[in-house]
Design a protein around this ligand. Structure first.
Ligand SMILES: Nc1ncnc2c1ncn2[C@@H]1O[C@H](COP(=O)(O)OP(=O)(O)OP(=O)(O)O)[C@@H](O)[C@H]1O
Ligand SMILES: [Mg+2]
Length: 329
């Protein structure tokens, strides 16, 4: 059993005109202790909504979220608070989570001040330890957030999350507000923390290059559902879902030469009116007849990969006609 398990999770918003938007439409995902799982997909595909569902910030309309073996949404308030401490969230913009009027040290200490898990005389030493952990000089504790650089502020946001002694951290675009050189440093910090503290991480990013560098496993989301998960190296070597292939093709090569990305054609559909069958079918270069009507499940391929695509379905005896249409790759 994984530390965090999302099973067929649905998140539904209501627009002002009353339309229901199933932003997450039955997504399943696991994150183990010490594992970094990258979650990628185009804007609006439901990454943040899934992250919020995982930490209990938005209600789950259907499906289950299990953390540390316990279903999160049925816990009582007290048990939930304890479990929330073990499951921390770091946002893209550290300005939103950091109070401009209090010193950095006081804010890092919030977690143990609130939870009464540490005697007061140990707070200072623990703050120092956390600053060291995230690679910041100890004298920063007495500074105010506006005196810090963007990278330092994001490190503080991570230190605040660590102060609660979490088993897992969900990070929603934690690097996208930073310069690329700083991005790489903070990305390396995440790798170190996951390894040294055995913290699980769900890392949301639209930057595939960062996810490739950092994540042990990558999950690809399209219009509210997970379409593929695989160990990151394998996913890059051999993406199986046509959407994953298109995303990877769209990443510029490091050498910048000789690469013609296969652009993703067509608009991202409105999640309130998703296409029938496979949600990706209107944009898929390999679309087959059954893709228009049958919803592909996320099924296992080999030991550690899951794909939701009819191209990779095992042959079904009852539907020989489909086999003839199948595109061999
Ligand atoms: N409060 C809300 N009310 C109505 N619709 C919403 C609300 N929040 C999000 N949505 C819609 O839900 C869908 C998923 O949004 P979400 O923010 O989860 O996507 P995302 O993958 O995080 O996108 P991005 O990469 O831009 O951050 C989008 O269509 C969005 O417009
Ligand atoms: Mg988002």
């Amino acid at each position: 059993m994984s530390l965090l398990e999302l099973r067929d999770v649905k998140v539904v918003y209501q627009r002002r005109d009353g339309t229901l938007v199933p932003a997450v439409a039955g997504a399943s995902l696991d994150v183990d202790a010490g594992e970094i799982v990258g979650l990628v997909g185009e804007t609006g595909c439901g990454k943040s909504s899934l992250a919020k569902a995982a930490v209990g910030l938005v209600p789950v309309a259907a499906g289950t979220v299990t953390f540390d073996g316990r279903p999160v949404h049925v816990l009582g308030r007290r048990a939930r608070r304890a479990s929330e401490r073990r499951l921390q969230l770091v946002f893209q913009n550290p300005y939103e989570s950091i109070n401009p009027r209090r010193t950095v040290g006081a804010q890092v200490a919030d977690a143990f001040a609130i939870s009464h898990t540490l005697p007061r005389e140990s707070w200072r030493a623990r703050v120092d330890e956390l600053l060291r952990r995230v690679g910041l000089p100890l004298n920063l504790a007495r500074r105010f957030p506006h005196q810090l650089s963007g990278g330092q502020r994001q490190r503080i946001a991570i230190a605040r999350a660590l102060a609660a002694d979490p088993a897992m951290i969900v990070l929603d675009e934690p690097l996208s507000a930073l310069d690329s050189s700083v991005q790489a440093q903070v990305a390396n910090l995440l790798v170190d923390l996951a390894r040294d503290l055995h913290v699980g991480m769900l890392l949301i990013s639209h930057d595939l290059a960062i996810v490739r560098h950092v994540a042990h496993r990558t999950a690809v989301m399209y219009l509210g559902v997970i379409v593929e998960t695989a160990p990151t190296a394998g996913l890059w070597r051999k993406p199986m879902h046509p959407y994953t292939q298109a995303l990877i093709d769209a990443v510029p090569h490091a050498d910048g030469a000789g690469h013609l990305p296969v652009a993703l054609s067509g608009e991202i559909p409105d999640p309130a009116r998703p296409p029938s069958g496979c949600r990706f079918h209107p944009r898929c270069p390999h679309v087959m007849e059954r893709c228009l009507s049958d919803v592909p499940e996320l099924v296992k391929h080999g030991g550690d990969r899951q794909v939701a695509c009819w191209l990779h379905e095992e042959p079904v005896a009852a539907r020989p006609a489909d086999d003839l249409r199948r595109v061999s790759r």
